[in-house]
Design a protein around this ligand. Structure first.
Ligand code: ATP
Length: 217
């Protein structure tokens, strides 16, 4: 993100990609304005939060008019650096890693998995969805050649910290961690943790214990 976005609270910043995806859809369907109520319904964020978030962007909706879709779109493009592709490396080409390589995120935003790494000889030297798979022994050398600020971890938990340490040494700035491991990193490295098993367990718990409460929070 560019420096203008540094002033936006982190909770707001986390919602930006969600807003951006919806605004993109509105724009391509030719819609020129959108109300906070419509946005709220679509992205499942309450409209007071949306109004507060948007006020940080300098997008002040007018009563009875809503927000200008083109303005929002250009704001999001600029803030999310959508005009530039961010390169990503994926570590661990197992079931989950393979799914990510096939999907490769480009449809929704400008991040692209450029390289993948694994230790399994049968996978090394092949490609999945056009992404070449290298051996872990080639990690440092390969990352030094490419500008890759972000890594996705889809390796077993036991390998996560050692690999993280190597990634930090290789100038990776952000890690999307799909392993259950809690990673130790220096303060200037950002880790976002997605533990799918915990998310699923938590969903089931909430369904059982709070069945009457509204969803989509
Ligand atoms: P699979 O069915 O291929 O085993 P999985 O997702 O169930 O997939 P995991 O044991 O989680 O298997 O391993 C994910 C991937 O990480 C595998 O492709 C494995 O070869 C790879 N892997 C394991 N250890 C390392 C390591 N130290 N460095 C890089 N990749 C590794």
């Amino acid at each position: 993100m560019n420096s203008d976005s540094m002033r936006i609270p982190q909770a707001t910043a986390k919602r930006l990609p969600l807003y951006y995806r919806f605004i993109q859809n509105l724009h391509s369907s030719g819609k020129q304005r959108v109300s906070s109520a419509e946005l709220s319904e679509a992205v499942k964020v309450d409209s007071a939060t949306i109004r507060r978030d948007f006020s940080y962007f300098g997008a002040l909706g007018k009563k009875g008019y809503g927000y200008n879709v083109s303005y929002l779109l250009s704001f999001f493009r600029k803030t999310l650096d959508q005009d530039e592709v961010t390169n990503v490396a994926l570590i661990g080409v197992g079931n989950l890693g393979t799914a990510f390589l096939n999907y490769n995120f480009l449809k929704n935003n400008n991040t692209k998995i450029q390289v993948a790494f694994d230790v399994e000889e049968s996978k090394v030297g092949t490609k999945i969805g056009e992404v070449p798979i290298y051996h872990m022994d080639e990690l440092e050398e390969t990352l030094a050649k490419l500008e890759v600020p972000v890594a996705i971890l889809t390796i077993p938990q036991s390998a996560a910290q050692t690999i993280t340490d190597r990634l930090v040494q290789s100038n990776i700035k952000g890690i999307l961690n799909f392993t259950p491991a809690r990673l130790n990193v220096p303060p200037d490295i950002r880790v976002h943790h997605i533990d799918l098993a915990i998310e699923l367990q938590s969903l089931v718990y909430f369904l059982k214990n709070y069945p009457e409460e509204s969803v989509g929070k």
